[in-house]
Design a protein around this ligand. Sequence first.
Ligand SMILES: *Cc1c(COP(=O)(O)O)cnc(C)c1O
Length: 310
Amino acid sequence: MDEFYVTPIQQLNEKIDNNHVYIKREDLLPFSFGGNKARKAKLFFNDIEKVKADYVVTYGSGSSNHCRIIANMAAAKSLPCLIISPKEAAQKTYNTEMIGLFGAKTIFCPVLEVANTIKMQMEILQEKGKNPYFIMGGGHGNIGTQAYVECFEEILAFKKETGVDFDYIFHASGTGTTQSGLVCGKLLNNSKIKVVGISIARKNPYGRNVVSQSVNSYLESQGYAGKYNDAIEFIDDYVVDGYGTYNAEILDTIKKVMLQYGIPLDITYTGKAFWGMNEYLNKRKIQGKNILFLHTGGTPLFFDDIEKIK
Ligand SMILES: *Cc1c(COP(=O)(O)O)cnc(C)c1O
């Protein structure tokens, strides 16, 4: 489980609007189908070991990649795992199947009662003499941000090795943790790469504000004074009708990328973001640039979606 490696960056042989496109394969991180939640989880479990916690508690919906990875890592470390899940989003997916396989316990509650339920369950565990560790949904927080500062540094190392200088990084943005890590990495390394988060659900100004808060919270935790107020590119033009919704173009994109490159995308995150990136480049007439698409994972969702894509 500790043998994480630098994820590969591959160039696509077809240009998009005359831009060179590369993909960083976070989906190939070697634990439980990889993805950005695996990169974050590795750091959370380092912290769990440090504070000697003996119970892992987290939050997420039925399609959550985060919950799958946390449940799998907890199992690998022989730690019991409890997942609080909104009953409004309790659909059965391959991720929920796997969460069951890993022996995690799930408690469903109405979305409005989530915060209370978490607090109550933490107290119950503490009263039983346990030392439970809570991980925010999606691996949100400074530890999750740190994971993507490190990823940004991998991207800079790629530039050093190959001379390929990226103008843009595009990725699916949900809780904004991945994006805040990339933005912090850019700031701390004085890089000029533009980080463009394609929102998969949230609208602005809320979505952008959360990223901005995460950036400032992380910088503060690292001892940097002053606030970062620069524009954060959290693009909400491609959310369709919200989390998990899609259109025919997203389905076409997923099919095309799978057929042409053998790379699985999904409706909720990476397929939506890859399509959004295409639209963004096209609408803004961006040409002749080096573009990096960060593939944030979610491979099990590809199989949930396969009937729709055919
Ligand atoms: C969670 C997730 C995201 C969004 O990441 P955030 O850090 O929450 O913004 C993107 N893609 C996939 C596949 C995910 O599972």
